[in-house]
Design a protein around this ligand. Structure first.
Ligand code: 8YV
Length: 326
């Protein structure tokens, strides 16, 4: 009998999906909450044909070479796959796949929730009560921003950006967007000519572009200086799209009024980071897609991608199908 191919799963996952994988593969399962160190990753990946990868795993040509010639598929648990060097994978004829679509509404719902919570100073107000500061009703304290009639600027108008736009429009917001690619449908939103234009005109700015060489550091000192003083900045995309030092300064100097972040750079952010000492920022631990239903489906899609890859097929959600041969 032929040996089963090896598959590395780098974090704990839903047990039914591990069982599915075990039917077709010998699974090296790092069933613990902590991500593997780069050295552990290099060791565990040896002889693997597939990798069930997470955002915490930096997978470059070196890791692919540590796996060796059997490696056929790297399947990311998520839509963003900036932790995988796709060029290196294509060069080695390895398929890279992700989980698009399934998390669109969950992530956009979350972005809108975070936007509304920031507008109404929810986290700050909760701290206010817990710290014993709620003495009396004060008509002029903890005043927020209205959603209806405000302008939302969306940077990146892919699936998640467009889903957020629909929610914002139905709540009476005006929506501007800036994108480098051609959107199919804009539902009555307005495309702006430049990022500058969007930053100047928006009351809320929300990031929805992938992290690439082009978008790394896209929002820095100059961009924050263009935003309105009352503007709220939301990042549920990727931390390194924003210059963290510039954001910290902008919040300290009140160049913008508030930031709500589900992603940071570095990630996780250390508990003694300056940002955490500020009252005008909410920081969440990368949970935009974290619902039971969505994470389950993401896990299932990741396993679908791996099984197809092990079978020598192009995985259903392959991002480099044009660059590999099967
Ligand atoms: C994932 C995400 O949970 O899909 C993405 O790009 O950021 C999240 O939905 C995260 O990537 C964990 O691997």
């Amino acid at each position: 009998m032929l040996d089963k191919p090896k598959v590395l799963v780098t974090r704990r996952q839903f047990s039914d999906q591990i069982i599915r994988l075990k039917e077709v593969a010998e699974v090296i399962y790092l069933e613990r909450p902590l991500p593997p160190t780069p050295e552990e990753l290099r060791n565990h990946v040896l002889d693997c044909s597939g990798i069930f990868a997470h955002i915490t795993d930096l997978i470059d040509g070196g890791i692919m070479d540590s796996a060796g010639p059997n490696l056929k598929v790297i399947a990311e648990f998520g839509v963003g796959y900036d932790n995988i060097n796709v060029k290196d994978a294509s060069y080695r004829n390895i398929a890279v796949a992700n989980t698009p679509g399934i998390l669109t509404d969950t992530t956009a719902d979350f972005a809108f929730t975070v936007l509304q919570s920031a507008a109404r100073r929810i986290a700050e107000s909760d701290r206010f009560v817990r710290n014993g500061n709620w003495k009396w009703f004060d008509p002029l304290d903890l005043l927020g921003l209205d959603i209806k009639g405000s302008t939302l600027g969306i940077i990146g108008f892919g699936r998640i950006g467009r889903s957020l736009a629909k929610k914002a429009l139905s709540s009476g917001m005006k929506v501007l967007y800036f994108t480098r690619s051609q959107p199919n449908e804009d539902y009555g939103c307005f495309e702006v000519e430049s990022l500058k234009d969007l930053l100047k005109k928006s009351d809320f700015v929300s990031l929805h572009c992938p992290l690439t060489d082009l978008t790394k550091g896209l929002i820095g000192k100059e961009e924050f200086s263009l935003m309105q003083k009352h503007a709220v900045f939301i990042n549920t995309a990727r931390g390194p799209i924003v210059d963290t030092d510039a954001l910290t300064e902008a919040l300290i100097n009140k160049e913008i009024s508030y930031a709500a972040l589900d992603v940071t750079d570095p990630e996780p952010i250390s508990s003694d980071h300056k940002l955490l000492s500020l009252d005008n920022v909410t920081i969440l631990p990368h949970i935009a897609s974290a619902t039971v239903g969505t994470r389950r489906k993401m896990s299932e899609m990741t396993v679908d991608n791996i099984i197809a890859g092990l079978n020598g097929e192009v995985p259903p959600n392959c991002v480099n199908s044009d660059e590999i041969s099967r």
